[in-house]
Design a binder for this molecule. Structure first.
Ligand SMILES: [Mg+2]
Length: 201
């Protein structure tokens, strides 16, 4: 049995797709010159850079998004429900490690429980609070060390490469922001994650 740490956005839930819909359909405070945004603009997964706007505009957008109904209804990433069920049935301990801020903790926990019932114990959902205005911040590396994760599954190369030697990183998905050659194990989708975990443990 291994302890597997799993990221939320773009690994379990499709954040960018939700943000793009929200921006186009709901958001009234459009960034100057940008009537719409598209998923392929997100090349760095740093929104001010990707959208060529100020940090203030980026923060205003994500705050409005997080307060919206669209954010509460982000769709699961394809194959994630079955993938988690398979890993759970193999006897692995499944934990969530997200950089999300504490302000969206409750909504995140309820979304995960709704979409992935019985998969995660409440105490196994961890928040790094990286975008929080207050409260302690923790890196993915720190969270993985604290829960003694054997494996981290994450879509951002910098997180996968940051983990200690005790944790094996799996870079998830083929996204604009993780294109390129990284010296890491990759899994292109959830079926691939299951195969990769089977081979690692
Ligand atoms: Mg992510």
């Amino acid at each position: 049995m291994s302890t597997i740490a799993i990221d939320v956005d773009e690994v379990l839930l499709s954040y960018i797709n939700g943000l793009v819909c929200f921006y186009y359909i709901v958001y009234d405070d459009k960034i100057p010159g940008k009537p719409a945004i598209t998923a392929d603009m997100f090349r760095k997964y740093h929104f001010a850079t990707d959208l060529e706007c100020s940090d203030d505009e980026s923060k205003k957008l994500t705050d409005a998004f997080h307060a919206s109904k669209v954010f509460k209804r982000l769709p699961p990433v394809r194959g994630s429900v079955r993938g988690l069920q398979t890993l759970k049935a193999r006897g692995h301990k499944l934990c969530v490690v997200t950089s999300r801020e504490l302000a969206v903790r409750d909504i995140t926990v309820s979304m995960l429980n709704e979409i992935y019932p019985t998969i995660f114990e409440p105490e196994d959902i961890h928040f790094g609070n990286q975008y929080g205005d207050s409260g302690e911040k923790k890196s993915k590396r720190q969270m993985c060390m604290e829960i003694e994760a054997d494996i981290l599954i994450d879509d951002l190369p910098r997180h996968v490469m940051s983990v200690s030697s005790e944790t094996k990183g799996i870079l998830f998905g083929n996204y604009p922001w993780n294109e390129g050659d990284y010296d890491v194990i990759r899994a292109s989708d959830w079926a691939d994650v299951v195969k990769t975990v089977d081979a690692l443990v």
